[in-house]
Design a protein around this ligand. Structure first.
Ligand code: SF4
Ligand SMILES: [Zn+2]
Length: 326
């Protein structure tokens, strides 16, 4: 239940009205130099599996053509190309990393957009990609609902490991979802999750904590509602992402007071809620957490707590600190 006045109602109409593709793109900085034959990064992190084990999961950040959508909060365009990469480039990128990477069971192939966007990952490369991935147990890719169709089933057919698909739900606040310029409705999201479930594919949801035009309380409220929605329609796992600035448009909204970074304490609250539902795994995104706290006293302990809760899916003792908002 929200008791304070909705933050977004206090905002001047013009800035909200200007949030369109052109405005978002016009406020961007320059892209980073990338090489179409090399991923722009890779790492290994621990993740709790649906079965309850804690196992190494690799993430390869593939270099490919920029996503055709321009979501307000997205900064993934920074490491993308303007044009589609040549056929064979994506398998080459994967091959290059697998040569250096220790053996792990699970792999996330994140491509700063949608794996099933054929202008990003060519269908002609599916077979070569699937061959390279035959040693994994699970492969997780990301996609916007607009690209979730029979291409997914075609790729699944070629793939030995289990395929899972992560989709950005962002928020179930319908007006905010529109303002994010995601070009997706909740029905689109639900339709995609159903389509994946009917074809034996598990889905994950990315959920934002405190989108622009929301107060801290609203941010928490809508992140919780978004977790409820995702689990109710059959999503298997949710990741809560505190919204960041850094893509130009978001920095502008930050300057104008239309957006504030969420607090680390709110991330703890939402993660506690999600885990306590016991409906599936809920993770907090803990990258760059120092952005969400000004308190040097508890920052490290809170980060440790969040990462412990991610791994155990159990609530751990609260870190009390004088900085906390009561
Ligand atoms: S769909 Fe995903 S990758 Fe594309 S702009 Fe939106 S958030 Fe970024
Ligand atoms: Zn503190």
């Amino acid at each position: 239940m929200i008791t304070e006045k909705p933050f977004f109602q206090n905002m001047s109409k013009p800035i909200e009205a200007t949030i369109k593709n052109q405005w978002i793109v016009a406020n961007r900085g320059t892209k980073n130099p990338v090489d179409s034959q090399k991923p722009y990064g890779w790492l290994i992190e621990k993740e709790r599996t649906a079965e309850g084990a804690i196992e190494d999961t690799a993430i390869i950040f593939l270099t490919n053509r920029e996503c055709p959508f321009h979501c307000l909060m997205c900064d993934l365009w920074k490491n993308t190309t303007d044009k589609s990469v040549p056929i064979g480039a994506i398998p080459n990128q994967i091959k290059g990393v697998l040569k250096q990477m220790p053996k792990v069971k699970h792999l996330k192939l994140y491509n700063s957009g949608s794996f099933f966007d054929k202008n990003a990952i060519a269908i002609a490369d599916y077979e070569a990609i699937a061959d390279l991935l035959s040693g994994f147990e699970t492969v997780i890719v990301e996609s916007h609902p607009k690209f979730i169709d029979e291409k997914v089933l075609g790729f699944k057919k070629l793939l030995k490991p289990e395929l899972q698909v992560a989709i950005g739900l962002e928020t179930v606040h319908p007006e905010m979802l529109k303002k994010l310029n995601k070009q997706m409705t909740l029905d689109d999201f639900e339709h995609s999750v159903n389509y994946l479930s009917q074809n034996g594919i598990k889905s994950r949801a990315f959920i934002l904590l405190r989108t622009p035009f929301m107060s801290e309380t609203e941010g928490i409220y809508w992140a919780k509602k978004s977790i409820d929605f995702a689990f109710n329609i059959g999503v298997e796992c949710c990741t809560v992402i505190p919204v960041r600035a850094g893509n130009g448009a978001m920095d502008l909204l930050l300057q104008q007071g239309a957006f504030c970074l969420p607090n680390i304490q709110s991330l703890e609250t939402v993660l506690e809620y999600g885990i306590s539902l016991n409906n599936g795994r809920v993770f907090a995104d803990i990258w760059d957490l120092e952005k969400f706290s000004n308190c040097q006293k508890c920052m490290e302990q809170k980060t440790i707590r969040l990462s412990k809760m991610n791994l155990t899916q159990q609530l751990t003792n609260h870190v009390n600190c004088t900085c906390e908002v009561v």
